[in-house]
Design a protein. Structure first.
Length: 149
């Protein structure tokens, strides 16, 4: 099923480009944030029946494709080896360089646990800068303490 969701995501990308839509446009029509809408269209989130119907209308998808948008995905769209796409690699590099720092600082502040990627919000915005525009990401995940038993 993961391959089918990935193929559908590629189809949606082609339709998005052909229609000249932005992720902000798509998000507004689906009724969700741009980050979530993009992830769902690329197969990493499951849509409700209502959202899938809106996506089908927007992209001209079949009922079967609408059902696929609602299917629970096998998450993790990247291969297990180091990614080669330069933009994606930079995130990998951030984790390699700062991962232990983030872990230490989060656990010092909150205790022994993790930041949820399920109860999670993310924003992305352009920050104008005279040296060249900057990418600003905001990540907010619920803290989940490890249970003692």
């Amino acid at each position: 099923m993961n391959e089918a969701k990935t193929a559908l995501g590629q189809k949606i990308l082609a339709i998005k480009q052909a229609k000249g839509l932005s992720w902000n446009d798509i998000a507004a029509r689906l009724g969700h944030a741009p980050v979530w809408s993009c992830a769902a269209c690329l197969g990493q989130m499951s849509m409700t029946a209502e959202t899938a119907a809106k996506a089908c209308a927007l992209f001209g998808l079949s009922d079967e494709e609408g059902e696929l948008l609602q299917a629970i995905p096998y998450r993790g769209s990247l291969p297990t080896e180091v990614p080669t796409d330069p933009l994606i690699y930079r995130f990998y590099e951030l984790v390699m360089v700062y991962g232990t720092t983030w872990k230490e600082l989060i656990q010092e502040e909150f205790g022994d646990g993790i930041m949820s990627a399920i109860d999670f919000d993310m924003t992305l915005e352009r920050q104008p800068d005279q040296k060249g525009d900057r990418v600003k990401l905001g990540l907010s995940g619920k803290f989940l303490a490890y249970k003692r038993y």
